[in-house]
Design a protein around this ligand. Structure first.
Ligand SMILES: NC(=O)c1ccc[n+]([C@@H]2O[C@H](COP(=O)([O-])OP(=O)(O)OC[C@H]3O[C@@H](n4cnc5c(N)ncnc54)[C@H](OP(=O)(O)O)[C@@H]3O)[C@@H](O)[C@H]2O)c1
Length: 312
């Protein structure tokens, strides 16, 4: 037996308890000793049964990714498939092809904290918007973990001018963007985004519709392509997009996530991103919490700004 976080009812916090040891069922799989598994909004929605990829299977060990050690001693960052046997356990089974070896001196907690939120903008810019060096990027919702990392990722991928928009002016000031704008200042948002090439949108809901109303009429050139990438929906799952926005300028709205990006495409990007994270080029505020305290961590994750990382 081993210890794990276990969800037996959607909506209830996982409990720390004994479960059966996992076993590798196929060639290409390995049991890893888990060193770190992040408690992200994505994992919270998995454990609540509300994520769009949820299979409804219970009981469920949550955790979609993590850092672990394989029997050969290598340190690996791994992505799990949609499985009820997730990363929040002393051990889990990984597909070696969905994992990458990371430098042996990497910090497992920082790596686990950063990889998923950083991947959201990395994939969006490399695979959905196809950002060219010298282009400019607006991050809509830049004050969370993923949005803050998006500012850093946009720079690392050659973004020449990065605009950060959000509702918390204090955190915006620390974002490292060239220009920061508060969401409710439509005039400033429109001016700052008049020549951006890509929008990375973590908000959706009303703020996205309002941002389109602010940005579209103030575009410097109607025919300059604007790729608006839908990534997160912290402000609401639906947005009343003004139809005229799509006619008035060369606007393309696309999404970026599991499904719209193939799994093998995501896996192909893991190595490059892991190198960036391990080097310390991309950082977020991370805090390790013992797996035995998973119930308290679940409550705390709803309010803290730190990315909590469970450590068995
Ligand atoms: N598609 C993908 O590949 C992918 C991958 C990772 C994450 N995501 C998604 O990205 C989103 C953000 O994830 P995260 O890890 O960054 O979460 P997070 O660290 O909890 O940050 C969310 C931030 O959103 C801000 N916020 C909440 N409501 C807002 C509103 N109405 N207007 C403006 N800002 C608001 C809050 O900042 P303030 O309190 O400072 O305003 C909060 O810090 C989630 O929807 C997540 O599911 C998608």
């Amino acid at each position: 037996m081993m210890k794990a976080a276990l969800v037996t009812e959607f909506g209830a916090s996982p409990r720390y308890q004994d479960v059966e040891e996992p076993t590798a069922a196929r060639p290409g799989q390995a049991v890893v000793d888990v060193l770190a598994a992040a408690l992200s909004p994505r994992v919270r929605s998995q454990a609540a049964g509300s994520h769009y990829t949820s299979t409804g299977e219970l009981p469920l060990i949550p955790g979609i990714d993590g850092v672990g050690r394989t029997p050969d001693g290598a340190l690996r960052y791994f992505l799990l498939p949609d499985t009820a046997k997730g990363a929040m356990a002393e051990r889990t089974v990984v597909d070696l092809q969905r994992s990458v070896v990371v430098p042996p001196d990497s910090d497992p907690v920082q790596l686990a904290a950063v990889m998923n939120p950083a991947m959201s903008s990395w994939i969006a810019l490399r695979r959905r918007a196809r950002l060219h060096a010298g282009q400019s990027v607006l991050v809509l919702g830049a004050t969370g973990n993923a949005g803050g990392l998006a500012v850093q990722v946009a720079r690392r991928l050659g973004g020449a001018h990065v605009v950060a928009a959000g509702r918390d002016s204090g955190r915006l000031a620390d974002s490292g963007a060239d220009v920061v704008v508060e969401l409710d200042d439509a005039e400033a948002l429109g001016r700052a985004a008049s020549e951006v090439d890509v929008v990375l949108d973590y908000l959706w809901g009303r703020p996205t519709a309002d941002a389109l109303r602010a940005v579209v009429p103030r575009r410097a050139r109607d025919d300059q392509p604007l790729t608006w990438v839908q990534i997160g929906s912290v402000a609401g799952p639906e947005s009343p997009i003004p139809s005229a926005a799509l006619r008035a300028v060369d606007l393309r709205i696309v999404g970026s996530g599991q499904g719209s990006v193939r799994t093998d495409t995501i896996v192909a990007e893991l190595s490059d991103l892991a190198v960036e994270v391990a080097s310390g080029a991309l950082v977020t505020a991370a805090r390790a919490v013992p797996l035995s305290r998973v119930e308290q961590a679940w409550d705390e994750a709803a309010t803290t700004r730190d990315r909590l990382v469970l450590v068995p």
